[in-house]
Design a protein around this ligand. Structure first.
Ligand code: AMP
Ligand code: MN
Ligand code: MN
Ligand code: MN
Length: 292
């Protein structure tokens, strides 16, 4: 036997990060499952923001279509004054610690939505609270994405990205800071529910190297396990850097498109490469619900 691992080989296309209408995606959980299967995905996780209420339906459809499934969630966390996202995989979505923690994390979203709308009104754009809410299937999960879609629909910007660049991105005029869960809380919820924790799209945080190291060390000290290397939120020229980070810290690797909808983002479901064979995969340590 060589040292090279082969555990992750059974899968040909893996997507462990995407969203449905339960948070800020545009397709229902079964429709995301169908699209993943049609793209050839054979291991799939739905990871809605701060929500697990799409998982049962997602799992059922995934299994009907022959896909192995990981129950997932993407938790909003405030760390060092910034928002970071932590993905939990293989969680028991009925576990009370996780369910109650996520409900608490969602609880400020409507109030924050009102503040975002107030700021947009001051900037001369009115009616956005009602407009964004009408686009959110799950009122508890009113997200900046819903505001962005509404502004694009109304012709205030040409793309969602432009809305974030102009109005809603961190530090922009209509951004309202939030106190999300702490890193310790998020990992406690995930671990209580039997899952493994993964750093979502680290490249998005624009951490200086020392800050990234501090973040990874704290994450590991809390029992964190993995890091997304190939994600729709990374430019391909960032892949190699995060491969090195995974190797340096002995983190398990993960990959996912961060798909939100067919007309949004650059990457469809299942479009990320598999991991290099020397980096252990998160799906080798997370509890998979097998299709059969
Ligand atoms: P929220 O949890 O309400 O703060 O919204 C965060 C969501 O907004 C993320 O999950 C993305 O879907 C979206 N988002 C954040 N920043 C950007 C950006 N710069 N461009 C496009 N979408 C973004
Ligand atoms: Mn999102
Ligand atoms: Mn995210
Ligand atoms: Mn995401």
């Amino acid at each position: 036997m060589s040292n090279e691992r082969s555990l992750q080989k059974p899968y040909t296309k893996v997507d462990l990060h995407c969203h449905s209408t339960i948070s800020d995606g545009v397709l229902s959980p079964p429709d995301v499952a169908r699209r993943a299967a049609s793209q050839g995905v054979d291991l799939w996780a739905l990871t809605d923001h701060d929500e697990i209420r799409g998982i049962a339906q997602a799992r059922e459809t995934a299994h009907d279509l022959g896909m192995d499934f990981l129950s997932g969630v993407e938790i909003s966390v405030t760390w060092g004054g910034r928002t970071v996202h932590i993905v939990g995989l293989g969680v028991d979505e009925t576990h009370s610690v996780l369910v109650e923690g996520l409900a608490h994390n969602r609880s400020g979203r409507l109030r924050r939505g009102q503040s975002i709308a107030d700021r947009l009104t001051e900037l001369g754009i009115s009616g956005t609270f009602e407009g964004a809410k009408a686009l959110a299937s799950n009122p508890e999960m009113l997200s900046r994405t819903h505001f962005a879609r509404y502004l694009v629909d109304q012709g205030y910007a040409s793309s969602i990205q432009n809305v974030f660049d102009q109005y809603l991105g961190d530090g922009k005029p209509a951004a309202v800071p939030m106190n999300w869960a702490t890193l310790g809380e998020a990992l406690h919820w995930i671990h209580s529910a039997g899952g493994v924790a993964v750093i979502a799209h680290p490249g998005r945080y624009e951490f200086e190297r020392l800050r990234l190291d501090a973040f990874v060390k704290e994450f590991q000290a809390l029992g964190g396990c993995g890091i997304e290397i190939y994600t729709g939120s990374h430019h391909p020229n960032e892949y190699e850097f995060y491969e090195r980070v995974a190797r340096q810290y002995g983190l398990h690797g993960s990959c996912g498109s961060d798909f939100h909808g067919p007309k949004e983002g650059r990457y469809d479901l299942g479009s990320m490469p598999l991991l290099p064979t020397d980096i252990p995969a998160v799906w080798d340590v997370a509890k998979i619900d097998y299709a059969k």
